[in-house]
Design a protein around this ligand. Structure first.
Ligand SMILES: Nc1ncnc2c1ncn2[C@@H]1O[C@H](COP(=O)(O)OP(=O)(O)OP(=O)(O)O)[C@@H](O)[C@H]1O
Ligand SMILES: [Mg+2]
Length: 387
């Protein structure tokens, strides 16, 4: 049974008299206890979707159901405080003039009055969950970034909500702490069993934490799937480019071998053989998307069908790999090499592209790949091994 059902959710803001569509007829369902992520570039409508779910924004149209209760439709709105939700905002705003205890207790003062002892127990329980019990009497301002983060989570969980809405809760933390909090948050979510909608523009966060990911662009959900589906079989150039580094090669289908489930393509870099995983006909225009880690690089030729001759443009040492940019004809491919490899600029190398690793995308069904932000792919340490 779906815990959350969103149907044709549409939201327009009024920007000085001009309508701005932030969420464009979006529909999705989230299962009970699922960790469901909305992933997409800045401005694609993630926060707006979450705010509509929280009741902080009154949608222009659509329906939202939580636990079989319609909380928004054209017929009416259930106000935020009567929705069974906990929320952590993008800037996780803890209240600086309050102690840790008061921050966490705050949501318990809305709605039905609870006895002091019950409030105390609930606050302790919530702080215990996030390993913060010892800080109960501290002022909120006397906490580190990670501790403030945990505090805001405790505050969101204190009412034991059915649904947890998290808007980029880890984005203000440094890289190391973010990694640790990813794990903590995921363990916590499993332990307390709460249906969670998590918003991020960070692909690694989305891939590592989610049961399912909905990739958004320009107010629309363009693909929903498990992290593996999203990463390994993107349906569009946008998804492939946004979720990890990818090289794209344009080609035309020349032959189809249905017995072997393979196709031959005439591409910008010559003939390529690919496994057949979508419906195609001879003459179809396709984009072949290949991940850097799917290819191999060597100074000797490979025996496979897609052995490409290449010239090294640059090799960026990133610690656990070398991020090679190589020219194959006029095209530039990114290939992940072993950290021990040491090819230099202008070296001739061979690249192996296994047919099973080619992801075929039927051309021109949506926006161009350059919408993806390159800084969201690899974060290379710029040490040029080819110098
Ligand atoms: N109050 C507002 N008035 C007018 N336009 C708005 C308002 N809030 C958001 N928008 C616009 O709506 C669109 C979606 O914004 P939203 O905040 O939902 O994006 P987002 O995906 O959360 O982005 P980010 O990753 O930067 O937080 C953007 O084009 C934004 O400029
Ligand atoms: Mg946002």
């Amino acid at each position: 049974m779906a815990a959350i059902k969103v149907d044709e959710l549409h939201h327009e803001y009024n920007d000085r008299g001009r309508a701005v569509t932030a969420v464009d007829h979006v529909s999705f369902e989230v299962e009970e206890n699922e960790f469901y992520t909305l992933l997409g570039p800045s401005g694609c409508g993630k926060t707006t979707t979450l705010r509509c779910l929280a009741g902080l924004e009154v949608p222009t149209s659509g329906t939202i159901e939580m636990d079989d209760v319609v909380v928004f439709s054209s017929r009416g709105v259930v106000p935020t405080h009567r929705r069974d939700i906990g929320m952590v905002f993008q800037d996780y705003a803890v209240w600086p003039h309050m102690s840790v205890f008061e921050n966490v207790a705050f949501p318990l003062h809305t709605g039905k009055r609870l006895p002091g002892r019950v409030i105390k127990d609930r606050v302790h329980e919530a702080l215990e969950l996030v390993n913060m019990a010892e800080y109960v009497d501290r002022k909120a301002t006397q906490l580190s970034g990670g501790q403030q983060q945990r505090l805001s989570l405790a505050r969101a969980l204190v009412r034991q909500p059915k649904v947890l809405l998290l808007d980029e809760p880890l984005s203000n933390l440094d890289a190391k702490l973010r990694e640790q909090m990813r794990k903590e948050l995921r363990f916590l979510q499993r332990r307390v069993k709460v249906t969670t909608i998590f918003v991020t523009h960070d692909q690694v966060e989305a891939l590592s934490m989610s049961n399912r990911i909905a990739v958004m662009n320009k107010g629309v959900i363009i693909q929903v799937g498990t992290p593996r589906e999203i990463y390994q079989t993107p349906h569009s150039e946008f998804v492939a480019a946004f979720v990890g580094a990818t090289s794209f090669i344009q080609g035309t289908v020349t032959t189809i071998d249905t017995d072997a489930a393979q196709v031959t393509l005439d591409t910008q870099i010559g003939k390529l053989v690919s496994d057949l995983h979508i419906e195609l006909g001879v003459g179809d225009l396709v984009t072949v998307a290949i991940r850097p880690e799917a290819m191999r690089v060597s100074s000797d030729p490979f025996p496979g069908p897609n052995n490409l001759e290449a010239i090294v443009d640059i090799g960026l040492f990133v610690g656990d790999a070398v991020d090679y940019h190589v020219h194959v004809g006029d095209e530039l491919l990114r290939v992940k090499g072993s950290p021990r490899s040491h090819y230099r600029r202008r070296d001739k190398v061979f690249i192996d592209v296994p047919p099973a690793e080619c992801v075929l995308i039927l051309r021109a069904d949506e926006g161009p790949a350059e919408l993806a932000r390159p800084e969201d792919t690899l974060e290379p340490v710029m040490i040029d091994t080819t110098a």
